[in-house]
Every structure is written in structure tokens, then in C-alpha cells.
Design a protein around this ligand. Structure first.
Ligand SMILES: Cc1cc2nc3c(=O)[nH]c(=O)nc-3n(C[C@H](O)[C@H](O)[C@H](O)COP(=O)(O)OP(=O)(O)OC[C@H]3O[C@@H](n4cnc5c(N)ncnc54)[C@H](O)[C@@H]3O)c2cc1C
Length: 287
């Protein structure tokens, strides 16, 4: 089923994002975690493509497995990285033949250490071009695209980034999934700006709970981590259990507020783990 059809009956959706496990041990671990997450009956799941060095074939294999063996409504991520038009067409055929009806269409990132995105000579520079191409070759996917409440790092301005976001919707994206963020007010401000710019589709917030000190430090270095949580984490130095609980408390409060103020669901970046997502989901569903 297309996710856009699901929207007709579901004012809010709850979805989980995975990446293809990199070896056999991680695959076993992944299976256990998916088992736990399946019990939550997600609206859909998605599988990243080529991110973090994972091979693209493994994305397709995992998408096929989740959709056809496990029976989860699955969305395949896909990027313009190293993709000629011919390759895109062949890959779309492969995904469609698996019965996949949902596609997250992305530009992708340049390899680590390289500043600028280098498009394939017979490919695309921006996600809106990929979306338009997939639509033009008449693969009838429900297409999602990425949105950035804190502005994409390469965008010249916030306004320009929202104008570019609108191009993805105009090209045929049916809904948007956001990059992770920890400032709900910023998300709602972004949604209001998108509406003012004429973007009417769902903008589903992406959630990544911070559960360890090193994770907080990583996001803090990117200017993303919340200060209030940082203070708690520092005060629990050497006590990973308390740090985990502080991260959970923050994420649960964040998700509750998002839903109570009208967010159209939650998309969890699970990092292929289940514990934090299960705990947050169960708490949020109680309220
Ligand atoms: C929910 C989510 C899932 C993701 N999954 C993956 C994944 O599976 N694999 C992966 O490799 N990466 C993934 N990413 C990361 C993504 O590939 C990067 O953030 C990438 O840098 C931008 O991709 P995009 O599709 O948003 O690009 P675009 O929409 O093309 O935007 C890239 C930049 O170009 C600008 N721009 C866009 N269109 C135009 C235009 N027509 N003219 C001029 N400027 C323009 C934008 O303002 C922005 O600064 C994901 C991101 C999110 C939020």
C-alpha cells in the first residue's frame, strides 16, 4: 500500500528507519531488534541507501525481506550518488518488481572528506530532479523527500532551502521526513514557514533519542544537542544508566509535545536497535 493512502485513515503515522546490517553478527542482532519493533505495529518502515558505507544491494535485499517475508509496509531510500539515468531506471524496475510502492528520493551526501556533491555525468544534482525523473518514467511510487527544520548545511539561506524543498513537492513528493532535531519550537516554526511558502503535505518529524554521553558529544559538536540534556548528562558522569534515563525522559517529553501540538506522527531513526524506540513508543502511546 502507498503510504499516501495510509494518510487517508491515519492522522498520525509511526515509522522506523533501519540501515542494512554490515555483517552476519549485526544481521542476527538486527533480526532480534526488528522482532521487538514489529510488536509495535508500525505504520511503515524504511531502509537507508548507501549511507554510512553500506552497499546498495543490501538495501534492496533488506527492503525485499521486510516487505515480502516480514510483511511490513516498507519504503526504499534511494540517492543520486553514482546513479546514471539508466541505472535509476533499472533500479526502480527492481524495487517495483519486489512490490515496493514507497520511495524516499534523496540526493545523497558526498563521500567523507569531500566538500561538494559530485553528480554522475548522466545523473542528477538535486533530489527534485530525481523525483521528477522517477515520475516521468512512470513508476507509480508514493515518493517521500527529506526536509531540514534547522536548514540543510549547504543551503545559502533558510528561505532558499524552503524554496528548494517546495521544488521536491512540486516534482511529485507526497510527504516529507525531517532530519533529526531536538528543538520542537524550531520544528513548528519550520512547518509554519513551509505552509506560508505553499508546501501543504505532511512533514513528519525525525526522532533520534540521545542515550549515551558520546552520542550527546557528537551532536553537541554539530551544534544540535540540547543544552538542558547536556547538563544532566554531565551531572551523571560515569553512570550510563542515569544518562540513558535522562535521554529517554527528554525524548519522551519531546515526542509527547510534538504529537500534542499537531505533528502528523513520528519517524524513529532506530540505528537498528529496539530498546529506546520501544520504551519511548510505549510511554508516548500511554498519554
Ligand atoms: C529522513 C532522512 C533520510 C535520509 N536517508 C538517507 C539515505 O538513505 N542515504 C543517504 O545517503 N542519505 C540519506 N539522507 C541524507 C541526505 O542524503 C543528505 O542530507 C543530503 O545532503 C541531501 O539530500 P536531499 O535529498 O535533501 O538533497 P536536496 O533536496 O537535493 O538538497 C541538497 C542541497 O541542495 C539545495 N537544493 C535542492 N534543490 C535545489 C535546486 N533545484 N537548485 C539549487 N539548490 C538546490 C538544498 O537547499 C540543499 O542545500 C537522509 C536524510 C534525511 C533527512
Amino acid at each position: 500500500m502507498k503510504i499516501s493512502h495510509l494518510f487517508q485513515t491515519h492522522p498520525q503515522t509511526f515509522s522506523f528507519e533501519f540501515f542494512p546490517p554490515k555483517d552476519e553478527i549485526s544481521a542476527v542482532d538486527f533480526g532480534i531488534n526488528v522482532g521487538q519493533l514489529m510488536k509495535l505495529n508500525p505504520s511503515f518502515v524504511s531502509v537507508t541507501y548507501g549511507a554510512g558505507g553500506s552497499s546498495q544491494e543490501r538495501t534492496f535485499a533488506l527492503v525485499d525481506y521486510l516487505q515480502n517475508k516480514i510483511g511490513l509496509q516498507t519504503m526504499a531510500h534511494y540517492t543520486c550518488v553514482n546513479a546514471s539515468k539508466e541505472k535509476i531506471q533499472a533500479d526502480m524496475q527492481t524495487i517495483r518488481a519486489m512490490g515496493i510502492e514507497n520511495l524516499m528520493a534523496l540526493r545523497g551526501d558526498p563521500p567523507k572528506g569531500i566538500a561538494a556533491f559530485d553528480p554522475h555525468p548522466d545523473g542528477f544534482t538535486y533530489a527534485n530532479e530525481l523525483i521528477a525523473f522517477v515520475r516521468a518514467i512512470s513508476f507509480d511510487f508514493c515518493i517521500a523527500a527529506a526536509a531540514y527544520p534547522e536548514t540543510h548545511p549547504e543551503a545559502p539561506s533558510r528561505e532558499e532551502d524552503i524554496r528548494n524543498l517546495k521544488k521536491k513537492v512540486a516534482a511529485g513528493a507526497s510527504f516529507l521526513l525531517t532530519q533529526l532535531f531536538y528543538d520542537n519550537a524550531g520544528y513548528f516554526r519550520f512547518v509554519a514557514e513551509c505552509r506560508a511558502a505553499g508546501i501543504a503535505c505532511r512533514i513528519i518529524p525525525g526522532i533520534l533519542p540521545i542515550t549515551t554521553r558520546s552520542q550527546w558529544e557528537r551532536f553537541s559538536a554539530m551544534g544540535k544537542a540540547p543544552e538542558t540534556l547536556g547538563e544532566q548528562i554531565k551531572s551523571h558522569a560515569g553512570n550510563p544508566k542515569k544518562i540513558y534515563q535522562s535521554g529517554m525522559d527528554f525524548a519522551i517529553a519531546q515526542c509527547r509535545e510534538l504529537l500534542s501540538k499537531g505533528a502528523p506522527g513520528l519517524h524513529f531513526f532506530t540505528l537498528n536497535k529496539s530498546r529506546a524506540t520501544v520504551e519511548i513508543f510505549e510511554e508516548v502511546m500511554k498519554s
